[in-house]
Design a protein around this ligand. Structure first.
Ligand code: SAM
Length: 315
């Protein structure tokens, strides 16, 4: 596979996200018995970063949980730009069941994920524990209800082809996850992807976590930081406001969308859980964390009426 230099930089953002998740897990922010297989780095991050990742992981998890409850597990999860995310393995340790779990990322990333899964029984065993057969290629892995595949999300023919290989069911309620992924995809490609999903699937929810309110000073600093690492932020025009975030879905054939900044998402986490993690590390002052929370958001879009009240805020 040939990659554009920007793609290399985008691929590297996964190492960063995985390092940060690993670090926060190690400090006790949340439980993840699997991320350690994918990451070796032990560098300690700032408390603000750890709390930011906590809110991110919790926010996405809250949406997934609501969806699984609503569908009683009669559903699919499709993780776009999955990186080394461990949700599949973590869910296997809960009572939640899903019909199919599909993960997509660039082949460079999925090859590393496949390799790590193949080498570790604790991971592979979660995929084939019901005597199911696991088929492996260097970049793709197929289990009875888990599929990890290398694909460029901008190439819809290839995405279609891969989803068929994963035995996707277009009629089954499906939750799409994209954690810090769409910002790297050219606006037009992203709209095409969202439109394509809206046309193909009958009932779906899309959970998107990424940057928002990028048109102020703090946003400039965040974007320059990413650009200095060589990432083209081709999708950044949708990260200007909560409105641009939701409009992108509404303009692409989705029935509706809601967005919350991470201040709101953090506030919707139970107070006992917030108190627990706030005791893990002291913050010098709350200003930086507040700025970070104001510049990330969670967007929930839905197709069809069944999932329009998948509301993460407690009121
Ligand atoms: N979602 C994971 C998480 O939160 O831990 C990884 C996040 S990482 C910041 C962004 C991921 O999106 C990378 O793994 C990158 O390879 C993937 N990605 C970005 N653009 C992509 C594209 N066009 N096709 C496939 N994957 C892409």
């Amino acid at each position: 596979h040939k990659f554009h230099p920007c793609d290399e930089a985008v691929i590297a953002t996964n190492d960063d996200a995985s390092d940060c998740k690993r670090g926060a897990v190690r400090l006790g922010y949340w439980k993840d018995d699997y991320i350690g297989f994918f990451v070796r780095n032990q560098e300690r991050k700032a408390p603000e970063i750890n709390r930011g990742y906590f809110a991110r992981v919790k926010g996405v998890e809250m949406c997934v949980e609501k969806f699984l409850k609503k569908t009683s597990g009669n559903c699919q999860i499709i993780n776009l730009g999955c990186g080394f995310d461990t949700l599949y393995f973590r869910l296997r340790d809960t009572a939640h069941k899903v019909k199919n779990f599909i993960e997509l990322d660039f082949p460079t990333v999925t090859a590393r994920k496949c390799y790590t899964i193949k080498r570790n029984k604790a991971l592979l065993g979660k995929i084939n524990d019901e005597d199911g057969e696991v088929r492996l290629s260097p970049t793709d892995l197929h289990g009875p209800n888990y599929h990890l595949m290398g694909v460029d999300l901008r190439n819809l023919d290839e995405v279609d082809n891969k989803l068929q290989q994963a035995e996707v069911d277009f009629t089954l309620p499906t939750i799409f996850l994209a954690e810090c992924v769409l910002v790297y995809i050219e606006a037009q490609n992203c709209r095409n992807l969202l439109k394509w999903i809206a046309q193909k699937f009958q009932a779906a929810v899309f959970v998107n976590y990424e940057q928002v309110n990028m048109n102020d000073r703090f946003g400039d600093v965040m974007l320059n930081n990413l650009r200095s690492r060589g990432c083209s932020l081709a999708g950044v025009e949708s990260c200007l406001s909560l409105e641009t975030q939701t409009n992108r879905f509404k303009d692409s054939g989705w029935s509706g969308a809601r967005a919350w900044d991470m201040v709101q998402v953090y506030d919707s986490i139970s107070s006992s859980e917030r108190q627990r993690i706030e005791r893990l590390e002291m913050l010098d002052e709350g200003e930086l964390l507040l700025q970070l929370f104001q510049h990330y958001c969670l967007v929930v879009a839905w197709l069809g009426v069944a999932f329009q009240d998948l509301d993460i805020t407690v009121e």
